[in-house]
Design a protein around this ligand. Structure first.
Ligand SMILES: Nc1nc2c(c(=O)[nH]1)N[C@@H](CN(C=O)c1ccc(C(=O)N[C@@H](CCC(=O)O)C(=O)O)cc1)CN2
Length: 285
């Protein structure tokens, strides 16, 4: 029977013996642990762990062993095959830089994902997606029309179900998702905000940054929650700027920062390296 690479992630109230029990359950099935990281949060008393391992044992046998440990320690846990790319649905509006970066990395097999479709509230990026041979779905949202927004979000739910998307990536999608859609996609929707949060939330962050005269700009990838730009942060990146740069130059410099920050966050999520800890994340890089 061939060996398969797998990843186990778990969290539970912290106490002695968790690592011993988890690794024991794996080793009992001759699993070979290739990477193991854990963290006990002293503030929340939440213990988080990620174990990468190779095993010939079946998923069923692994789940049977791990279920015993899960029962004993009250684990929230997830077992994933590490050799299967994660299905992602990308959402965008008119700006192409983050979408194009993901499409190129996907085409180059430089991201452990399968892009199962691209959704946009504008038709502008259809040709770019067509160039990469992927499905483009134009889902317009009429400004100030709640019925149009509700219909658009129902279409997004249909596409998530139809494509089997495991993650939704907001690659400069410029519509605020409803509370219900945020709940439906909780922990599986990542947004790129074009500022170094918590600075400059909301619209036009580069103009806000210019007006404030900052010397550093950045980008933040976070999980999407109903509270705009408040979701758990996965990754952030920065770039130095100075007084000579007008807002348009900050926008240009920021595009590269946004693209690489989002791609890194998507990679870490797809490799099951990001665990939630309240409104924060634990990232096992
Ligand atoms: N529920 C959430 N939805 C979205 C989030 C989020 O954090 N929670 N992030 C945004 C992205 N974003 C900033 O990163 C952002 C996008 C859009 C707006 C906004 O005010 N949009 C206007 C319409 C603008 C337009 O049509 O061009 C609006 O929706 O009325 C603010 C922040 C993605 N969604």
């Amino acid at each position: 029977m061939s060996t398969r690479p797998r990843v186990l992630t778990l969290s539970c109230p912290d106490r002695p013996g968790i690592v011993h029990a988890v690794t024991g359950a794996l080793v009992a099935l001759d699993a070979n642990i290739t990477d193991s990281q854990q963290f006990g949060d002293p503030d929340t008393n939440l213990f988080s762990m990620r174990v990468a391992f190779d095993a010939t044992a079946t998923e069923e046998a692994l789940r049977a062993n791990l279920s015993v440990v899960a029962q004993r320690f009250g684990l929230e846990w997830s077992l994933s095959a590490a050799d299967v790319p994660m299905k992602i649905l990308v959402m965008c509006s008119k700006q192409a830089h983050c979408l194009n970066d993901l499409l190129f990395r996907h085409r180059s097999q430089n991201l452990p994902v399968e892009i199962v479709g691209v959704v946009s509230n504008h038709p502008d990026l259809a040709d770019l997606v067509g160039f990469y041979g992927l499905d483009f779905h134009h889902v317009p949202v009429a400004q100030g029309d709640p019925a149009s927004k509700a219909a658009a979000e129902d279409r997004v739910r249909e596409l998530v179900d139809a494509t089997g998307a495991e993650l939704v990536v907001l690659a400069r999608y410029m519509q605020v998702l409803s509370d219900q859609l945020c709940r439906d996609l909780s922990g599986r929707a990542i947004n790129i905000h074009h500022s170094f949060l918590p600075s400059f939330k909301g619209a036009r962050p580069y103009h806000q940054a210019h007006a404030r005269g900052v010397k550093i700009i950045g980008a933040t990838a976070h999980y999407v929650t109903a509270d705009l730009d408040e979701g758990p942060i996965i990754e952030q990146e920065i770039e130095r700027v100075d007084h000579r740069l007008p807002p348009a130059e900050l926008v240009r410099i920021g595009q590269d920062v946004e693209a690489r920050t989002l791609a890194r966050a998507v990679r870490w999520h797809a490799e099951h390296r990001v665990l939630l800890d309240g409104n924060r994340t634990v990232v096992f890089r």
